[in-house]
Design a protein around this ligand. Structure first.
Ligand SMILES: C[S@@+](CC[C@H](N)C(=O)[O-])C[C@H]1O[C@@H](n2cnc3c(N)ncnc32)[C@H](O)[C@@H]1O
Length: 220
């Protein structure tokens, strides 16, 4: 059983169905879930704000995906929202509902490096091993960042997938603009090599200027 966090109208869940998986989708938006119902998606749908915790029983989920949703936790959209508390509730509940050794791949768009750091550090504090993989790092249009997490201590199975386009090849959807946007988070990240978050958590960002695919690994 897989979980699609921020499932929206069920487009991402449909891909799970096509690959033979059963899934549960959760979303904060009732209207998006109504569209998913109208589209008769196969997944079970849950109206839930991930920032309040997922509310699922421990160990019942075998894997999780999320497309462009978790970055919203870094913002305070309401006066009552405290991003740090919401990130803690989300990653803690995600860790608990996943079976040990399960994986979660969360694609996100961060506004800046601080948001990426927040996502990574709260995931680590919840107990996840893993890191950030950036596909098409040269492309301002196709670049995509993924938090790739494994539930439990790092092992030989914790290795991160290779990012697409990291050898400098361009994505077909990209025109010719590999002129990198100075404001994007990956450029900013390049100025960091190693960040020590606390005495027991070591967070490393590895950045190679010749092949600017970013991979950051963390070891709880
Ligand atoms: C860009 S859409 C992606 C929808 C779907 N995953 C897809 O690929 O088509 C992001 C979704 O995240 C949902 N979302 C945003 N904040 C959320 C939260 N705090 N809890 C649950 N879902 C949230 C939005 O309602 C929206 O449906």
């Amino acid at each position: 059983m897989l979980l699609d966090i921020g499932c929206g109208s069920g487009l991402s869940g449909e891909t799970l169905t096509e690959h033979g998986h059963h899934w549960i989708g959760c979303d904060i938006s009732e209207s998006m879930l109504d569209v998913a119902l109208e589209r008769e998606t196969e997944g079970d749908l849950l109206l839930a704000d991930m920032g309040e915790g997922l509310g699922l029983r421990p160990g019942v989920i075998d894997g999780a995906i999320s497309i462009s949703a978790v970055q919203w936790l870094c913002n305070a959209d309401k006066s009552s929202h405290e991003p740090r508390l919401r990130l803690k509730a989300f990653f803690g509940s995600l860790y608990r509902c996943l079976a040990r050794g399960a994986r979660a791949v969360l694609q996100f768009y961060a506004d800046n490096v601080k948001q990426t750091e927040m996502l990574v550090s709260f995931a680590m504090n919840a107990g996840f091993a893993g890191g950030v993989v950036v596909d098409w790092p040269h492309s301002s249009k196709a670049r995509k960042s993924y938090l790739v997490l494994t539930c439990g201590a790092p092992s030989v199975h914790t290795s991160l997938p290779k990012a697409k386009g990291q050898d400098g090849q361009m994505c077909s959807s990209d025109d010719d603009d590999d002129d990198d946007d100075e404001s994007n988070d990956d450029q900013t990240v390049s100025s960091f090599l190693t960040i020590q978050f606390s005495w027991f958590i070591h967070f490393e960002l590895i950045y190679c200027s010749k092949s600017p695919s970013l991979v950051c690994c963390f070891i709880p």
